[in-house]
Design a protein around this ligand. Structure first.
Ligand code: 0X9
Ligand code: ZN
Length: 733
């Protein structure tokens, strides 16, 4: 009892109880700019600054709720009583602090606590960690930074910048940089990889860019949902959005405002704010800055430049390779998805933001939006602080490693999924230097073998132009899959490979098990508005309308061929007949998709599979976000795990559930195929007769010499029928 009383007491002193009296957190589907402006003019505050059409978390009082109802603006109440919500959050914090499971990361920390911790880190690691003052705020606080690098002359080392908390209320964006600092410093003492990376790289971390705002979110009489700094504007509204004050496309009109009361107020001029000036001067003092992450919350995204436009950033391929690696590394820790992409695609455009400015200075720069992935989101449950830190340390490490790499090999069109026996599959390969190091163009090589043993044959890639190369991948005539990888050297002889480590790529020789081109009706089971026929190109209240023909031919299976799916829809399935798959391997489902569906907090589209008529449907895919296809695209799903050991399967496509508003045109599917990729051949079997014997030797000898295209006798597929093939036959006798 005593315990809870003291919490209540602590809470009432921490937060003014009147500030959010009778206010709710709502999620609003703003359909146009007029609605947004109307709501803002009546005092609605956005909790994610989505100045675009889409569901936006906002704070509404009773008047706004009435107004929205009257104007038929679609919204739902997520948290009816903000005061109670904040009080509950504070209780959670106290409990988490008392349990202390995450050590220092059990609960969020104030500016003072962060500074104390920084000083301790420096005190115990004076050889690698040095605190410095970045600058001073409006209210006279010092912005603290820390440099971490191996002892010795650091002038020529690459520099990487990680900062948090331009936005005051994004509390976890302070904890993550702190954790990264601690892990890197700890790594200096015990981790060989970090030790060697610190010899070549200097890490600069600024956990709190906006200490005034941050303190205000904790202060008595302050505001938990404060975003900006604390500039004392001439009018009655304080603060400038630091992440709109940068000199790249400052005040450009995308998610910016010149209204001092706005949460995205750009300030009186570019770089007007002392916090932004301090960070700018810091960056200008880093001649070798190569990469930057600006941590924010929330949404779980790795946002690539540009924020201010949909133009491709400089070195787009490299930018995307790194964001992909960051996202993958984050996922590998706790299985959380942080979608990588541009702000324009995933969020909204925003002008005058920090990473755009560092991008324009030549760095590889990202905004990472931390947990959670949905609103309301600034009050991350304290037990999620540590996992968020752990996964983002892994993401930061991906960047740390990447900037010590010299070049990137990538496949812009992805690896081929299927091939036919005897094919020569053309694969586009891009080889790009990350910095100014030179690529040895003649060293670009494809390594390939049939099956999974024996030596890899070596075939040169053809240099097309610039960073573009073409690989010709041979596929066995005898049913074996091709296993392959790529390598290239820098001019000073350092070798890089793709995929990394010891991984290889494989392309199976495809056999079509089932195929429906939909030109005739397969007669599957349909529910609701699923039907076979010609789509009419209608619908598209949101997203794109249906297509007006199939990917091939006219007919498709679609959900409502005449337009959008309905609101408040229950799950409706399209289910295949029972398909015999006994004994197949490496099975994949491939089909052409034309799908429009709202994001999964509202509407759902999915694919599932079941084996042997069992009741258990296994989801293969469900929409991770809003999907807006405006062209047919081929998709492939690996179903081998379910098919393995099964006699029969069924596959179903599901539309729904959907919520009460915003209709999209839904599923259209065409050219459904079930393919198996066999690897039934025998390595060394040159004449495909199923045995490796003297006939293979005779075969090789009689075709001795160079081989155009794919030759059965060229079993080590290097383009010449020669002694390597003979040796492989003998080795597999
Ligand atoms: O709006 C912002 O400043 C950032 N989001 S937040 O919710 N934390 O405020 C996003 C900045 C980067 N934006 C884009 N890449 N569009
Ligand atoms: Zn932010």
């Amino acid at each position: 009892m005593m315990f809870f009383q003291s919490i209540a007491l602590a809470l009432s002193t921490l937060f003014s109880t009147t500030q959010y009296d009778n206010m709710s957190i709502v999620r609003v589907r703003i359909e146009n700019q007029e609605q947004l402006i109307l709501l803002q003019n009546h005092g609605a505050r956005s909790l994610a600054c989505f100045d675009h059409t889409g569901p936006t978390p906002m704070i509404f009082d009773e008047t706004l709720i009435e107004l929205a109802q009257k104007m038929q603006i679609d919204f739902e109440i997520v948290e009816p009583d903000i005061n109670r919500y904040l009080a509950e959050f504070e209780e959670k914090r106290v409990r988490a602090r008392n349990r202390g499971l995450g050590g220092w990361y059990s609960d969020f920390k104030t500016w003072d606590q962060v500074n104390t911790r920084l000083h301790q880190i420096e005190l115990f690691n004076p050889d690698v960690a040095t605190i410095f003052t970045v600058g001073t705020t409006h209210e006279g606080r010092t912005i603290q930074g820390i440099r971490i690098t191996a002892p010795g002359d650091a002038t020529n080392r690459r520099q990487v910048l990680w900062n948090g908390c331009q936005h005051a209320r994004e509390w976890v964006a302070v904890m993550v940089p702190m954790y990264i600092i601690e892990e890197i410093v700890a790594g200096w003492n015990e981790d060989a990889e970090i030790q060697s990376l610190l010899e070549t790289t200097e890490i600069i971390v600024v956990p709190i860019v906006n200490p005034d705002g941050y303190e205000y979110t904790y202060a008595v009489g302050g505001d938990r949902f404060w975003r900006k700094n604390r500039r004392d504007n001439p009018d009655f509204c304080e603060g400038v959005d630091l992440n709109r004050n940068w000199g790249y496309d400052w005040n450009g009109g995308d998610s910016t405002s010149t209204n001092m009361c706005s949460d995205v107020y750009v300030g009186p001029s570019a770089f007007s704010e002392p916090e932004v000036q301090a960070m700018r001067d810091l960056v200008n003092s880093l001649p070798n800055l190569v990469a930057h992450i600006d941590f924010h919350s929330y949404s779980q995204l790795v946002l690539e430049p540009w924020a201010s436009s949909n133009n491709p950033p400089p070195r787009e391929n490299i930018v995307k390779t790194l964001s992909g690696e960051i996202s993958e590394e984050i996922f590998s820790v706790h299985g959380e998805t942080y979608v990588a992409g541009t702000g324009g695609d995933l969020l909204y455009l925003a002008d005058g933001v920090f990473p755009d400015w560092t991008t324009s200075n030549g760095a590889l720069s990202y905004t990472v939006e931390l947990r959670p992935d949905g609103s309301p989101g600034f009050d991350l449950p304290p037990e999620e602080i540590l996992p968020t830190c752990e996964e983002n340390f892994a993401g930061a490490m991906a960047m740390f490693r990447f900037v010590n790499q010299l070049l990137v090999i990538s496949l812009p069109n992805g690896p081929p999924v299927f091939a036919l026996p005897g094919d020569m599959v053309s694969i586009s390969v891009v080889i790009e230097p990350i910095f100014d190091d030179q690529v040895n163009e003649n060293s670009a090589t494809l390594h390939v073998r049939y099956g999974n043993d024996g030596p890899f044959a070596i075939r040169a890639l053809q240099h097309k132009s610039g960073t573009n190369y073409e690989a010709m991948l041979p596929v066995s005539l005898c049913g074996l899959e091709s296993e392959y990888w790529f390598s290239v050297e820098t001019e000073n002889g350092e070798m890089y490979r793709y995929p990394e480590g010891n991984d290889t790529l494989k392309v199976g020789v495809a056999t079509e098990l089932y195929s429906w081109n939909m030109d005739s009706n397969p007669g599957w089971t349909t529910l609701g508005q699923w039907e076979w026929g010609i789509p009419t190109g209608d619908g598209g209240e949101f997203g794109y309308p249906d297509p007006s023909s199939g990917a091939t031919g006219l007919q498709v299976y679609g959900y409502n061929l005449q337009g959008d799916y309905q609101n408040n829809l229950q799950q409706k399935h399209l289910t295949t007949n029972v398909l015999d798959v006994a004994g197949t391997q490496g099975t994949k489902l491939q089909f052409s998709r034309y799908l429009n569906v709202e994001q999964p907090v509202y509407d759902h589209a999915s694919i599932a599979i079941r084996a042997d008529g069992g009741g258990n449907w296994i989801t293969l895919w469900s929409n991770p976000a809003t999907i807006e296809d405006n062209a047919w695209q081929q998709v492939v799903y690996d179903i081998s795990e379910v098919v393995q050991g099964a006699q029969t399967i069924q596959i179903r496509w599901t539309m729904g559930e959907t919520d009460g508003a915003w209709r999209y045109s839904g599923w259209n599917i065409d050219d459904v195929q079930i393919m198996t990729t066999s690897s039934s051949g025998i390595s060394g079997d040159a004449n495909c007769d199923g045995v490796v014997d003297v006939t293979d030797i005779l075969e090789i000898v009689s075709y001795w010499g160079s081989c155009e295209g794919v030759c059965a006798q060229d079993i080590v597929p290097d383009g010449t029928i020669n002694v390597s093939d003979l040796l492989h036959v003998i080795g597999n006798w």
